[in-house]
Design a protein around this ligand. Structure first.
Ligand SMILES: O=C(O)CCC(=O)C(=O)O
Length: 263
């Protein structure tokens, strides 16, 4: 159960750390799923590290229907309940899962961005849970700009070259100086079992990683989530969904199952 302070911190900052939220059995399942995912990438997998560079940064998403370990964790672990409580939602749906792996000696950083403009979804009750399977140092930690979930939506950026998508009507994200942002940057060293919950509008970034850094992010939809049309391709793409849902309609679709929680 989360406290009222947790919920207030999340509402103020758009990101919070919850320590010791998952026990080892969930982490073991995710590790097994990720091993399988690494050997059998889905259609949307990406490699960001150029040949000849050190380390390896890769990601993949929308594999939960074929990777049973992911599905079991998403439908049965405390993650959905944590997300539902933070959003103060009556119901919760899974949007998708996303794995982001930086192998040892990866120098690629995750650029500053926020997730909602990549997605075909609008609303306020929209969060991600980010779960590392390895210890997270200061250098490889996620960084969040506190309060940015209350600001405007910016054009998404491509991770491999940091260029903005061509999204008419969306401003480019201004340069974010971590030094100038001072104590508005929230960042935590983490142990496996700790979870970060962040709003889909909260601006975030991450460093490279000297040691292996496997992360499992799950994206969750609360009561007010509705389908959104974007002025260009979304990520994930969900091909054909635009013929099944109209802008402003609830995300009622078999791709986004409702998840039962005990509280
Ligand atoms: O794991 C990372 O480096 C970035 C994660 C991220 O951007 C996300 O989960 O939205």
């Amino acid at each position: 159960m989360l406290t009222t302070e947790d919920i207030a911190s999340f509402q103020r900052d758009g990101a919070i750390l919850i320590q010791n939220a998952l026990d080892q059995k969930w982490l073991d399942l995710l590790a097994r799923g990720m091993d399988r995912n690494k050997r059998s990438r889905g259609p949307w997998a990406c490699d960001y590290t150029k040949p000849g560079e050190s380390g390896e940064f890769w990601d993949d998403y929308c594999n939960w229907q074929r990777i049973s370990e992911y599905k079991f964790v998403l439908l049965n672990s405390p993650l959905a309940s944590i997300a539902k409580q933070i959003m103060q939602s009556q119901k919760i749906k899974l949007f998708h899962e996303h794995v982001l792996v930086k192998e040892a000696q990866t120098t690629e950083e995750t650029p500053w961005h926020h997730d909602q403009p990549y997605y075909c979804v609008d609303g306020n009750q929209l969060v991600s849970t980010w779960v590392p399977l390895d210890p997270i140092s200061k250098e490889s930690a996620m960084k969040f700009l506190a309060g940015s979930h209350l600001g405007p939506l910016y054009a998404p950026k491509r991770f491999h070259d940091n260029e903005s998508y061509d999204y008419e009507g969306f401003a480019d994200l201004p340069e974010i100086s971590e030094t100038d942002s001072g104590d508005a940057i929230r960042s935590w060293e983490m142990n496996p079992g700790d979870v970060i919950v962040f709003h889909m509008r909260t601006l975030h970034a991450a460093g490279g990683s000297a040691t292996r850094r496997r992360a499992f992010a799950a994206r969750w939809l609360g009561d007010d989530a509705v389908y959104a049309a974007r002025p260009g391709p979304t990520s994930p793409p969900f091909p054909g969904l635009e013929h099944e849902l109209s802008p402003g309609q609830p995300m009622d679709h078999e791709l986004f199952p409702e998840v039962e929680t005990s509280f």
